[in-house]
Write a protein that binds this ligand. Structure first.
Ligand code: GDP
Length: 356
């Protein structure tokens, strides 16, 4: 499964957030390097459509899609030079498919800030500078090798060209994900700033409803996406039953928990989408890539579904809800039989026809 690596300076609330993500009660420690081993936390992708489908089909259970987060040890200034947990840290990020940077926005005199003051703009620039420096080092090592390989025709000149363009962008201080370059030829270099990026601002409760402040923080990171949450509230929410949780959320002016937001935006940032299946046993969301065609999507359920693919019977979720049953959707011509070139759409409710 694709994973999102959680990074950030020490003491910004990563462990607190990660504990809430995993519903584990690991101690959040108030000092740098508290989280040494990378851990994976798997959360559900919120999807109220599944509850609706379960109602229509009388499903016994609901199986949502999931999003995986990896807790990566804290970064410090100088990580790209191998200080602190530098090298291990960088190796762990290289394995993640997207990066969520947690940025401290909360004020609390009892929690030491590594740089002495809470300053979201400085913090995120510190982390990004370290990641850009590490990518530069990777490229500076790779380019002489690639030059030789191009001369001896072992490497495609396009690879060298892409590496040079990436190096230029980094030297100008641009994250590769925002440089507008074709990085496909240098994918195997595992450049970190080429990965999709989300910012998670861990802010005080009062900030969650302060539209002007949120807009300011959003502007800091645009076009990357921002999630705003209060990690302390998130960790309280997981201990509550759904009614109390909804009440606590409402009292903070939110309609959705920060973790749900993070799951949704993270899933989207990874380039993923779902399609739905439903029946008396279960209503279920299946994870596919955006733009996938029907046979490949069928393969997520079972490889036989892909190999023996004949057709997909597709009803859009909205049509199915409006008409109330598959039989009614068929009768009204809303159940489409799609072939192998059909590009799956978000919210498709699907039944595959296949040969064994
Ligand atoms: P990490 O080093 O980034 O993993 O940070 P931690 O999650 O260990 O948090 C560092 C300290 O800040 C802990 O004492 C947390 O209880 C505290 N903390 C985390 N999130 C918040 C928050 O949203 N508000 C406040 N006031 N304190 C927080």
């Amino acid at each position: 499964a694709l994973t999102i690596g959680i990074v950030g300076l020490p003491n910004v609330g990563k462990s607190t957030l990660f504990n809430a993500l995993t519903k584990n009660d690991v101690l959040a420690a108030n000092y740098p390097f508290a989280t040494i081993e990378p851990n994976v936390g798997v959360v559900s992708l919120p999807d109220p459509r599944l509850t609706t489908l379960a109602g229509i089909f009388g499903s016994e259970r609901i199986l949502p899609a999931t999003v995986s987060f990896v807790d990566i040890a804290g970064i410090v200034r100088g990580a790209s030079e191998g200080e602190g947990l530098g090298n291990q840290f960088l190796a762990n990020i290289r394995e993640a498919d997207a990066i969520a940077q947690v940025v401290r926005g909360f004020s609390d005199d009892d929690v030491v800030h590594v740089d002495g003051a809470v300053n979201p703009k400085n913090d995120l620039e510190t982390i990004n500078a370290e990641l850009m420096l590490a990518d530069l080092q990777t490229l500076e090592k790779a380019i002489p090798r690639l030059e030789k390989e191009v001369k001896t025709k072992k490497a495609d000149p396009a690879v060298l060209e892409a590496a040079g363009a990436a190096k230029d962008a980094l030297e100008r201080g641009v994250l590769l994900s925002q440089a507008g370059l074709d990085l496909a030829p240098i994918k195997e270099l595992g450049l970190m700033t080429a990965k999709p990026y989300i910012y998670v601002f861990n802010v005080d409760e009062a900030v969650l409803t302060d539209a002007a402040r949120l807009a300011e923080l959003e502007a800091l990171v645009a076009p990357a996406r921002a999630v705003f949450l209060d990690a302390k509230i998130e960790s309280e929410l997981i201990g509550l039953d759904p009614e109390d949780a909804a009440e606590l959320l409402a009292s903070t002016g939110q309609t959705e928990s920060g973790i749900d937001q993070l799951a949704r935006i993270g899933f989207d940032t990874l380039g993923l989408q779902t399609y739905l299946t439903a029946g008396p046993k279960e209503s279920r969301a299946w994870t596919i890539g955006k733009g996938w065609k029907a046979p490949q999507a069928a393969g997520v359920i079972h490889t036989d579904f892909e190999k023996g693919f004949i057709k997909a019977e597709v009803i859009s979720f909205d049509d199915l809800v409006a008409l109330g049953s598959v039989a009614e959707a068929r009768a009204k011509g809303k159940a489409r039989l799609e072939g192998k070139d059909y590009v799956m759409q978000d919210g498709d409710v699907v039944e595959f026809r296949f040969n064994n």
